[in-house]
Ligand binder design. Structure first.
Ligand SMILES: [Fe+2]
Length: 329
């Protein structure tokens, strides 16, 4: 794809609703394009709870270590919905959708950013919510790879791997592509594999993959892909799940694929948490200065040090995220 250029159709409006994120905060105020879910909702479900006089307690949005966002894409008078990632628990996604008055059956496609289970476990609850899932799931072929983490001083830990036959059995059409592809009549670009062009974004050095019969180093997480949209008169919106390809690599890749330089928003997990990744923060901030986005929303695995640095370096662009945040772009 080095020199190929893609004609991305612009959209009139885009709403990104954060369905799963590590943080929930009922007191977070609206800010810029971000609208928060109100503390109480008349339609909120109730759980039985004998410790209350009423014998029940009102359901709340749940935070969990994972990511999922719903894109509502408007062109002309038509709005369509695509789900990006599904969170780390079987039920968190559908529970939060219920709280937000969103209907799983309205989703017309799912894109998974990569195969790690903190982005895929909610497929289970999604299937139970819709009965039969006659929609496509877009993934990179490496999505299915069995992986383990090799943390220093600990036994390697194998991550749960999504079952291809289970997804097929549920009715999903599985679409595997290493190359960029489109949804929604050319207005939603799935990047496919992302070129690694920076010298400071290191992938995920703790990871190994099972290749044939042996575990091999697998730092690149080649299945990591993002979404790109062009909001009319504003520029590109780049959305990542965990950002294992590197958030700067991902934005550069989006620019190169589309030929569009103007960056409107950078949203998602940037994976800059902990001593292995925090050294990248200054270089990421320098690149963001060059990208000059109007909006930065750092979620999930970005890490508190990176969030603090980005918030102070880009006070006009940074907007905090929490579960239930609706970004109206
Ligand atoms: Fe993640």
């Amino acid at each position: 794809m080095e020199n190929a250029q893609i004609s991305l159709q612009s959209v009139d409006a885009l709403t990104i609703t954060i369905l799963v994120d590590n943080l929930t905060d009922v007191f977070m105020p609206d800010e810029g394009p971000a609208r928060r879910h109100p503390l109480t909702s008349p339609t909120a479900a109730r759980h039985p709870a004998v410790t209350f006089e009423e014998g029940e307690v009102v359901e709340q949005l749940r935070g969990e270590h994972g990511f999922s966002a719903l894109l509502t894409v408007t062109r002309g008078d038509r709005s369509r919905r695509v789900l990006f990632d599904t969170g780390v628990s079987p039920d968190g996604l559908v529970s939060n959708m219920r709280m937000l008055d969103l209907v799983p059956g309205d989703v017309e496609a799912i894109v998974c950013s990569h195969g790690h289970f903190d982005h895929t476990a909610g497929l289970d609850g999604f299937i139970r919510a819709v009965g039969r899932a006659n929609i496509p799931v877009l993934i990179h072929p490496e999505f299915w790879t069995r992986r383990r983490l090799t943390l220093p001083g600990r036994e390697p830990w194998e991550l749960p791997t999504t079952s291809r036959s289970a997804l097929q059995g549920a009715g999903f059409e599985i679409v595997e592509d290493r190359q960029p592809s489109f949804l929604l009549d050319g207005s939603l670009l799935v990047t496919g594999e992302i070129d690694r062009t920076t010298d400071f974004e290191i992938g995920f050095p703790l990871q190994e993959a099972l290749r044939a019969t042996s575990w091999q180093p697998d730092p690149l997480v080649l299945d990591d892909q993002g979404l790109v949209l062009d909001v009319r008169d504003r520029g590109l919106v780049v959305l990542t799940g965990c950002g294992h390809a590197g958030i700067v690599n991902t934005v550069r890749h989006a620019r190169r694929l589309t030929g569009q330089d103007r960056i409107y928003a950078i949203i998602g997990g940037f994976h800059l948490s902990g001593p292995l990744f925090e050294p990248q923060i200054p270089a990421v901030c320098a690149a963001f200065t060059d990208f000059a986005p109007d909006l930065i929303v750092a979620t999930h695995c970005t890490g508190w040090r990176a969030i603090h640095r980005i918030a102070s370096a880009f006070p006009n662009a940074f907007v905090p995220s929490c579960v239930g945040t609706r970004l109206e772009l």
